[in-house]
Design a protein around this ligand. Structure first.
Ligand SMILES: Cc1cc2nc3c(=O)[nH]c(=O)nc-3n(C[C@H](O)[C@H](O)[C@H](O)COP(=O)(O)O)c2cc1C
Length: 187
């Protein structure tokens, strides 16, 4: 999912002055940023009542510290997930297997919750120590308590302390990366 903007966002380096130059530079900058390798995950979040939970496709994620064990995710302020992470002060990161390309396409808007069946958009989940949904078919999960929320303009970089982890499939299962899809996000 490429983010399209009407006017290129500055700053621009020396020599990029005219509108045309700025548009060209913007295209190159976008392609360079898309070239940054990344994984592809489902982020789980929950609010203060059981039916307020979600899973969302996300590729802006990274471990950010050894000690304490911190993991960060970049979430759009307009996303339902953003609201839930603040409300539940937690998030989960679900690492998917390489065959799960079809799954990430299903989690690009708020998911429909079936508490009786324990499913989100028909996909089974469990909950762990933070109460965030953990996708049953994930290779592994990282369950986090919110540590810090950094305002980054259109997104918030949420840092979470790792509260629990687990493998749900064999450790050598190949995991999904952005390059396994034809999708892009960012730039
Ligand atoms: C391949 C792909 C990667 C995405 N990566 C991110 C991301 O890193 N951060 C983000 O906020 N949204 C990302 N999105 C968009 C979200 O999945 C979603 O469409 C939007 O934020 C709404 O989520 P919501 O269900 O919480 O409202 C990505 C979408 C796709 C298709």
């Amino acid at each position: 999912m490429a983010t399209k903007r009407e006017h290129p966002v500055g700053p621009f380096p020396p020599g990029v002055e005219t509108d045309d130059e700025q548009v060209e530079y913007d295209k190159t900058r976008r392609r360079v940023l898309w070239a940054m390798p990344s994984g592809l995950y489902l982020v789980g979040s929950r609010g203060s009542s059981p039916e307020r939970m979600n899973l969302m496709t996300l590729n802006w994620a990274s471990q950010v510290s050894f000690e304490p064990k911190l993991v960060g995710v970049g979430v759009e302020k307009s996303a339902f997930t953003h609201e839930l992470i603040l409300e539940g002060a937690s998030f989960s990161l679900n690492i998917l297997d390489r065959d799960a390309r079809a799954v990430v396409r299903k989690f690009v808007k708020p998911a429909s919750v079936d508490l009786a069946a324990s499913t989100l958009n028909g996909f089974e989940f469990t909950t762990g120590v933070t109460g965030c949904p953990l996708l049953a078919q994930a290779v592994a999960h990282v369950d986090c308590r919110l540590w810090e929320a950094l305002d980054c303009g259109g997104h918030t970089w949420f840092v979470g302390e790792v509260a629990d982890v687990g493998f749900r499939k064999p450790e050598d299962t190949p995991v999904l990366r952005m390059e396994d899809t034809r999708m892009s996000y960012g730039g």
